[in-house]
Design a protein around this ligand. Structure first.
Ligand SMILES: [Zn+2]
Length: 437
């Protein structure tokens, strides 16, 4: 996958949504100079993306992964070295005779991003500083008291954490982007949070407010937390080798993200992947989204607890007790989990039939429930999913667990750099850079 395939942040134009249905202007022929510059930028982006995602690579591996010639990458790597994004040093242990190949390694302080998570179930905010290549350089998670979820207080808390973290890690000058994950319906183009019910936020221009509060001029992109979880598992977690992925997560609410052909599925404005609000039960109960019988009302934390005789609001500690009861064979707990597993199978059968994924990653509540619900979920999938799709899919637990959104936010923040390192460097580096084709 190339970075240009990625569903990036859209320009901050209020007319963008209308503009994108207009026919594109006819492409103008490029002159030889423009063509060579376009190719050079694309080649640099390809190398930067590979080194960021995979870590140290030999020149031979870069040739294989990018399809570029050895001669081409020589100059480009020199350019990236000069820019401080990569270094070449230790020699790759090839294990075969022939000329040794030096390793091209990401310089983690060559560019850093901030990943920010505004969580709802724990009412926490978390910030990570992540270096080029994906190394987490520092993290702060602040558990906040219930009631401290207003927009102003959230931004104030984040400001304090960000300032402290940038200072402590000495990374302020290397900052190239900020990614923010929030549990809500988010417009990617400008970071408008239309609705975050568990925070009681409506029409909050979070992108604008945060950029202003942090006083930052680097790109700041806001996205749905489950979409970022999907991105993180695809880039760094349980679905690294898969290009077609469905990610399902949740606690009180149920969210998801979908990767299709290596690209996050965003929809026209960034709202795609709200699998928790997929209607599954015509006789189901009311959902906070305004509909009823949504997948969330059948497999969310509240539904599980009510089935086991608890109050829906008893929360995560009650789920933990329920799992302990199930482990020792308490019938009410086993029955509640069996029913939840069946509804999980119903929802996943639809997603598998529609998206034909290689991997389904279960995060959050569903990662924890998996050992207890696997049998009833699989049985439902056997009954409902189309056999050719069912046979190809693996269902796995999240590898990144509670860090998925934060890591996904950081990956999103790296996207502008990965898709056009030259644009980034031109704003940061004096124009005396040796060029290569
Ligand atoms: Zn709903």
């Amino acid at each position: 996958m190339t970075s240009s395939q990625f569903c990036r942040s859209l320009p901050k134009s209020p007319r963008w949504e209308a503009a994108q249905i207009l026919p594109l202007p006819a492409p103008q022929p490029l002159g030889p100079g423009q063509r060579s510059e376009t190719i050079r930028r694309a080649n640099l982006a390809a190398i930067v993306t590979e080194v960021h995602r995979h870590g140290a690579l030999s020149r031979s591996e870069i040739v294989t992964r990018t399809g570029l010639t050895r001669g081409t990458i020589r100059g480009l790597i020199g350019e990236l070295t000069h820019l401080g994004l990569v270094s070449e040093g230790s020699v790759a242990a090839l294990g075969t005779p022939g000329r040794p190949s030096s390793l091209v390694e990401p310089r983690r302080l060559g560019a850093v991003v901030l990943g920010i998570e505004i969580a709802v179930d724990s009412v926490a905010v978390a910030v990570a500083v992540v270096g080029f290549g994906g190394k987490v350089l520092g993290t702060v998670r602040l558990d906040r008291p219930r009631g401290r979820t207003s927009v102003d207080l959230t931004i104030s808390d984040l400001f304090e954490i960000v300032e402290g973290l940038l200072e402590r890690t000495g990374t302020r000058e290397a900052l190239v982007g900020i990614g923010v994950g929030v549990n809500g319906i988010v417009r990617r183009s400008d970071g408008m949070v239309h609705l975050a019910p568990n925070l009681d936020w409506r029409e909050v221009p979070l992108g604008e407010l945060l950029a202003e509060a942090l006083g930052s001029t680097v790109p700041l992109i806001v996205a749905n937390d489950a979409d970022l979880g999907a991105l993180a598992e695809h880039r760094r977690g349980a679905a690294v080798l898969a290009d077609n992925v469905v990610y399902l997560t949740g606690e009180v609410g149920v969210g998801g993200g979908v990767i299709v052909d290596g690209r996050p599925l965003c929809g026209v404005a960034g709202y795609a992947g709200e699998v928790g609000h997929m209607p599954v039960n015509p006789d189901g109960v009311a959902c906070h989204c305004g509909s009823f019988g949504c997948l969330e009302t059948e497999i969310g934390e509240g539904a599980l607890l009510v089935r086991a005789g608890h109050a829906a609001s008893d929360g995560r500690s009650a789920v933990d007790r329920l799992l302990v009861e199930a482990a020792v064979g308490v019938p009410a707990a086993l029955s509640a989990l069996e029913t939840t597993g069946r509804w999980l199978g119903v929802g996943l059968a639809t997603l598998i039939n529609v998206f034909n994924p290689e991997v389904v990653v279960l995060g959050g509540l569903f990662g924890r429930l998996y050992p207890f619900v696997a049998a009833s979920m699989e049985a439902e999938l056997d009954r409902r999913a189309l056999p050719p799709s069912r046979e190809r899919v693996r269902i796995v637990q999240s590898e990144l667990g509670g860090d998925a959104t934060l890591i996904g936010a950081a990956e999103l923040a790296f996207e502008p750099l990965l898709s056009d390192p030259i644009q980034w460097t031109q704003s940061r580096v004096a124009p005396s850079i040796p060029r290569a084709i």
